[in-house]
Design a protein. Structure first.
Length: 122
């Protein structure tokens, strides 16, 4: 039986989070998450909203098991649109920059992001 408590646990395990880590992300204790997953306590409407917002989860899926589990976040939607525009563009330089960014180590990505923020603030 796939009920709300098992869907909640599924989200947490998909994100590879402990009950403590999961709870921290939505402002709840480890024991509260444990009670939700065991069905000892009913998941509050506020907790459902917080979980869906924090983890981009379809509320209808979490509550009822209907529809797709994940929602596309606003940031992902903006990124998808930007990449589509770049792909259709004739600007080879921007395409080259994106390809190079994808190959950079994580620490350099952070530096490039700070550089871009500095350039945009001027």
């Amino acid at each position: 039986m796939n009920d709300l408590k098992s869907r909640l646990k599924e989200i947490r395990e998909d994100k590879k989070l402990s009950q403590s880590e999961f709870g921290e992300r939505i402002g709840l204790s480890r024991s509260q998450i444990s009670c939700y997953e065991k069905g000892i306590r009913d998941v509050t409407e506020r907790s459902i909203k917080d979980i869906c917002r924090e983890f981009d989860i379809n509320e209808n899926w979490l509550k009822n098991g209907e529809g797709e589990k994940s929602l596309i976040s606003e940031k992902d939607s903006i990124l998808a649109n930007a990449l589509a525009e770049i792909t259709l563009s004739d600007n080879g330089t921007i395409k080259e920059i994106i390809v190079k960014l994808c190959k950079l180590d994580e620490k350099y990505i952070d530096l490039v992001n700070k550089l871009i923020d500095g350039l945009m603030s001027k």
